[in-house]
Design a protein around this ligand. Structure first.
Ligand code: T5A
Ligand code: NA
Length: 214
């Protein structure tokens, strides 16, 4: 490369949404479609239950262990920091990272317990910033009717209702155009087509010539 020229980096795409809104389904689908189109892409997910902190988080979520609200909040954040450098390296090597939940979930699920907004935000400050957050919008009742709902700690309609409100506030705090809400109560393919269109816009945009934000 000529001096000063910079290879375009990968895009950091985050999916957020209530439990069972279809995030994991869309992450897998998007990664596959990008790779088929010759765009290098990998998946990431939080909590990553395979990491050291992830094992404690898994015990907490499956209700085998109880933890203080602050302790679990910090573990979720530490879980992201355990992976942060890998994500940054992938992006800078030109690989797009498609991530299933991120710091927005971290803040939303803790803030509804009464922890202050600023305290909840603090431990995630400095993490790689997404280029696009795709928020899958679904009513708690529609999500509940999907498979597997109800086994884990936060899978209760009342909790999901409050988390929905916290996500709304978070969306309003994100830079214009970087938080996009998609109607998720549709077929997988229909949602997926809109996802791909949004992601292609980001990949073609000027942002990929700039450094990953924080
Ligand atoms: N959490 C997370 C915190 O408290 N703090 C944090 O910092 C973080 C990162 C676990 C919990 O941890 C909390 C939030 C969560 O409560 P998780 O492991 O990601 O987080 O678990 P969930 O988000 O609950 O994952 P789910 O698997 O439940 O939901 P998804 O990924 O949104 O949904 P998905 O794709 O697995 O689909 C669920 C079901 O619906 C079907 C699928 O086949 C599947 O059966 N489905 C559809 N059905 C009809 N139409 C569609 N369009 C469909 N798409 C998928
Ligand atoms: Na999931």
């Amino acid at each position: 490369l000529a001096a000063g020229a910079r290879q375009r980096r990968g895009a950091f795409i985050v999916f957020e949404g209530l439990d069972r809104s279809g995030k994991s389904t869309q992450v897998a689908r998007l990664v596959q479609q990008l790779n088929e189109r010759g765009v290098k892409a990998v998946a990431a997910r939080f909590p990553d239950r395979t990491l050291t902190t992830g094992k404690m988080i898994d015990s907490y979520l499956s209700q085998k262990a109880d933890l203080d609200d602050r302790a679990i909040h910090l573990l979720f954040s530490a879980n992201r920091w355990e992976r942060a450098n890998q994500i940054l390296e992938d992006l800078n090597r030109g690989t797009t990272v498609v991530c299933d939940r991120y710091a927005f979930s971290g803040i939303a699920f803790s803030a509804i317990k009464g922890l202050s907004w600023s305290w909840c935000r603090a431990p995630d400050i400095g993490l790689p910033a997404p280029d696009l957050v795709l928020f899958l919008r679904i009513s708690p009742s529609a999500a509940q009717s999907r498979g597997g709902f109800g086994d884990e700690r936060y899978e209760k309609t009342e909790v999901q209702q409050r988390v929905k409100g916290a996500f709304k506030r978070l969306g309003e705090s994100v830079e214009e155009g970087k938080w996009v809400e998609l109607e998720a109560d549709r077929g997988v393919d229909e949602v997926g087509q809109e996802v791909l269109r949004r992601v292609e816009e980001v990949l073609q945009g000027a942002g990929m010539d700039k450094e990953v934000g924080k």
